[in-house]
Ligand binder design. Structure first.
Ligand code: ATP
Ligand code: MG
Length: 148
């Protein structure tokens, strides 16, 4: 699913100086989740990364640790101001009007993403530095033997 989402966004980066990197661990365990929703989650986050990054790179990593599967999506884009960080998962929250007008969007994407992740029993956190880049980290519980 992650690969499909990556393929979709790779078509949007054409006119940017943007490298798409992926580092996906070989033995990723199964998770119990709706694949349509997962793809929606990843295309949304990757879409943001492309929209808010003019040059540099977008890096997607996936790995597992004990009973969790982790995914991180990191970009070298415009970043998010500290005061906005706690609010970006709220409906319609967008960072400063000038930036919003230029880059479009409704401010619903991340609110939906967070909801969908929680519906799959996962969680998401963000860290960012203005002018340097943004990193989203997602965690999902690994499926039990019975579920697999
Ligand atoms: P929509 O996704 O509904 O089209 P949107 O992208 O503006 O619109 P969200 O995806 O909810 O809305 O993101 C909320 C705000 O967080 C954005 O307006 C943007 O300012 C900021 N943001 C989100 N992702 C990034 C990112 N990767 N880099 C920098 N800023 C980001
Ligand atoms: Mg968005």
């Amino acid at each position: 699913v992650l690969e499909t989402a990556l393929l979709k966004v790779s078509m949007e980066v054409e006119n940017k100086e943007l490298a798409l990197n992926k580092d996906i661990e070989g033995n990723i365990p199964f998770i119990k989740a709706d694949s349509v929703r997962l793809e929606q989650i990843f295309t949304n986050l990757l879409g943001n990364a492309v929209r808010y990054t003019e040059r540099g790179s977008i890096t997607v990593r996936a790995w597992s640790e004990e009973k969790r599967m982790w995914v991180s999506i990191e970009d070298t884009g415009i970043g998010i101001p500290k005061e906005d960080l706690p609010l970006i998962f709220e409906r319609f929250h967008r960072v400063e009007k000038s930036r919003s007008r230029e880059l479009g969007g409704t401010g619903l994407g991340l609110a939906i993403v967070k909801n969908l992740i929680e519906l799959q029993n996962g969680s998401i956190t963000v860290s960012s530095e203005l002018g340097k880049g943004t990193r989203f980290e997602l965690r999902f519980p690994v499926a039990s033997k019975e579920e697999t």
